[in-house]
Write a protein that binds this ligand. Structure first.
Ligand code: GLA
Length: 339
């Protein structure tokens, strides 16, 4: 494992960059800032994830490129929730809703790193009351490659009081290479029969709708661009795909998604009940990407494995409550193969 100093943040914290190698020669570089996957380079030299070259660019961007997102990924409706009879008020940083843990979520923390053989172990703490959430929380994310070149991300969290948690990684993939432009030609298969319906602010209404007959149907592989402009309210509300799909069979051995482009296949596994398919609808090229790349709208896509968004407000969704002293656990693996 290689360790380099990556530079310091605005407020003088040291950020490090670790590079881990898979048995087949893939290289993953991870920053201690946001526990961010900065690059994922295939044996051919192709880098398939979006990222930035400098710390200043990471601090300027607001797209969560490659970062671990928490304490609660995705939205909490109205930016407030009630737990154990008490109301907690969070910031509304996405229309009327709370998004991705707030203004200073886990993506903006400098995590502590240690190595265990070829595994990178990143930890952070979140204070009681931080961003409005109850309970002091300890979080650990482990990154490693398995024998078959799958990059695993394993997340655990513990809190000293009842709280909410939903962790994910916000990597944008472009299988043709991070600077190759539109991902609309990528084909995607998703093992999902249903998705959570969104309101006009992309927050769940609570209804779970079948994908059958809609643009959301990826049960047979199809290009991401095939139905993205269909005149359907849901796809219009998301400005493209920005929806939580209900996974039929969360598993660490049977994949729930396969994406393909330019001779590269991405296969994804997870323990989580849902995945946010996001087609980079709000990428705007504002902050330079790696090597000066310009990441415009739909130049990358995310498969953010997660609990359902706004689950605290919907009794029919799996609960996002983490009880004091209990351990939250999620694991997701991204396997990349080249032809
Ligand atoms: C998530 C959200 C999107 C957007 C991106 C970041 O995927 O669902 O609406 O906020 O993060 O730009």
């Amino acid at each position: 494992m290689k360790k380099q100093s990556f530079v310091t943040t605005k407020n003088g914290q040291e950020v490090e960059r670790y590079t881990i190698q898979s048995p087949g020669g893939l290289l993953a570089s991870i920053l201690t800032y946001g526990a961010t996957l900065q690059s994922l380079v295939l044996p051919s030299g192709r880098d398939v994830v979006l990222g930035h070259d400098t710390m200043a660019d990471y601090e300027r961007q607001d797209k969560y490129l490659g970062a671990v997102v928490g304490r609660v990924a995705n939205r909490i409706g109205g930016g407030r929730f009630t737990l154990n009879g008490r109301e907690y008020v969070l910031c509304q940083n996405n229309g009327p809703n709370h998004l991705h843990g707030g203004l200073a979520g886990f993506d903006k923390k400098v995590w502590q790193a240690k190595t265990e053989g070829e595994m990178l172990v990143l930890s952070c703490q979140s204070a009681d009351g931080e961003e409005g959430y109850p309970g002091k929380m300890e979080v650990t994310v482990r990154y490693w490659f398995s024998e078959d070149d799958t990059l695993w991300m394993d997340y655990t969290a513990k809190s000293d009081a009842d709280t909410l948690v939903n962790l994910t990684n916000h990597t944008y993939f472009n299988l043709e290479g991070h600077s190759s432009g539109s991902i609309l030609g990528h084909t995607l298969w998703l093992d999902s029969d249903a998705f959570t319906e969104n309101d006009e602010f992309s927050c769940p209404t609570g209804r779970i709708l079948p994908v059958e007959g809609t643009a959301m149907d990826f049960r047979r592989p199809k290009p991401l661009g095939q139905d993205i402009d269909r005149k359907e309210e849901q796809i219009h509300r998301g400005n493209g795909y920005d929806h939580n799909f209900v996974l039929k069979n969360p598993s660490l051995t049977a994949p729930f998604a396969k994406a393909q482009a330019g001779g590269v296949t991405l296969t994804v596994y997870t323990t989580q009940p849902g995945v946010q398919l996001y087609t980079g609808n709000f990428l705007d090229g504002a902050v330079p990407g790696k090597g000066g790349a310009c990441y415009e709208k739909r130049c990358g896509f995310c498969l953010e494995t997660q609990g359902f968004p706004d689950a605290i407000h919907h009794a029919n969704f799996p609960s996002p409550v983490l009880k004091a002293g209990e351990t939250y656990h999620q694991r997701t693996g991204y396997c990349l193969t080249e032809e």
